[in-house]
Design a protein. Structure first.
Length: 369
């Protein structure tokens, strides 16, 4: 495509061999002329493996996977209380609450400060992030970089200097990516609640069996006792030449994981919402499987450093929302149309608290937190 050779990886075996085992040769970012160089001034993690990329990656590793990550569960649980209260007080703005929850968590981790932004400011951040994501690979220049240089690009390159700007880009990368991806996944889960109420009822019964009838909120410590809920969460989330099994891939080849094909080859009826596919049989000891879970966050050297945080966020938000609220369609919807970049309500939802007891437990905790 354009001046590049692109290879789609369509099976889990090949993904494991090429992306996981040969990551030093194969798993490099494509060269994004518009999104990476012109818009981001080569300061986002779109960078190739340069010293600047390594330093940024090291810092994010330290923040998201290092010793500090031991406190992430507590931060996520605390932020989820605000999420529950927001759902209770303003149920029609559920989609905005999802975004504020995700921004609150990553902002606290990166800046060590509470989020003090208005709804309008968060909407602006979401708009900018969505515009940037749409810009990736949207320009023909990305595929034909031999076009003449832009005077805007030259001006940006000549005027830029200093490490403070690098810090700004790194911070905004972590906040925008660490907020927008959980937001879209949470919205997709709400759609699953509308389209598959029978599956969600099974998950709710499991939560009720552990937490009782409005006795207490679910916690991360409950994860091992909630295998079906974990399954619900899972159901919803080259720099040098290489020779592989007779194929010769020249330097510069771009490898893409074709998740649709990978899942189609692995699972029966992959197009259906079936959390059961992630559950082990009793003969295998029960519980949840972990195969392929990581590929939702990519793999190899470019895997998402925030995957553990995201798993905590999704488990707590899904479990607590399902424990306390009902999600019903408020109009016609299409399960395959998630409208991820809409700033307003992406699809019609009625959010109802399960009962007075659940309202009381939310108010009781949030009034004293």
């Amino acid at each position: 495509m354009g001046t590049k050779t692109w290879v789609l990886l369509n099976s889990s075996r090949v993904v494991n061999e090429i992306i996981a085992k040969r990551a030093t040769k194969t798993h490099e970012r494509p060269y994004f002329l518009i999104a990476g160089e012109l818009v981001s001034q080569n300061k986002r993690l779109f960078l190739h493996r340069t010293s600047a990329w390594r330093e940024g990656r090291r810092l994010l590793h330290q923040l998201l996977l290092g010793a500090a990550s031991k406190n992430h569960g507590q931060l996520v649980e605390q932020a989820s209380l605000e999420l529950l209260r927001a759902y209770l007080d303003e149920p029609k703005s559920w989609y905005a609450h999802n975004y504020r929850f995700a921004v609150t968590v990553i902002n606290r981790i990166i800046t060590n400060a509470p989020l003090q932004k208005s709804s309008m400011e968060l909407e602006d951040l979401q708009r900018v992030t969505s515009t940037f994501l749409v810009a990736i690979n949207s320009s023909p220049v990305e595929f034909f970089p031999c076009a003449e240089a832009s005077f805007v690009r030259e001006t940006i390159l000549q005027d830029y200097s200093g490490t403070e700007e690098q810090k700004m880009y790194l911070t905004m990368l972590a906040i925008s990516a660490g907020a927008d991806n959980p937001r879209m996944t949470m919205n997709a889960w709400i759609m699953a609640c509308l389209a598959h109420p029978d599956k969600m009822e099974l998950a709710r019964r499991e939560i009720d069996s552990v937490c009782g009838d409005a006795c207490r909120l679910p916690k991360l410590d409950d994860l091992q006792q909630l295998p079906y809920m974990c399954a619900v969460v899972k159901e919803r989330v080259l720099v040098e030449s290489l020779e592989f099994e007779g194929y010769q891939f020249p330097a510069g080849t771009e490898f893409l994981i074709n998740s649709v094909a990978v899942c189609s080859n692995l699972y029966e009826k992959p197009e259906e919402f079936r959390p059961e596919r992630w559950l082990k049989s009793r003969n295998d000891g029960g519980g949840i499987t972990h195969d392929l879970w990581q590929f939702a966050f990519s793999g190899g050297m470019r895997s998402c450093v925030g995957y553990r945080l995201a798993q905590k966020e999704l488990f707590i938000s899904f479990t607590r929302l399902l424990y306390c609220f009902e999600f019903l369609p408020a109009g016609v919807f299409n399960e395959t149309e998630l409208n991820p970049f809409d700033l307003g309500e992406p699809f019609p939802v009625n959010v109802l608290v399960r009962g007075k007891k659940y309202e009381n437990i939310i108010r009781g905790i949030t009034n004293h937190s």
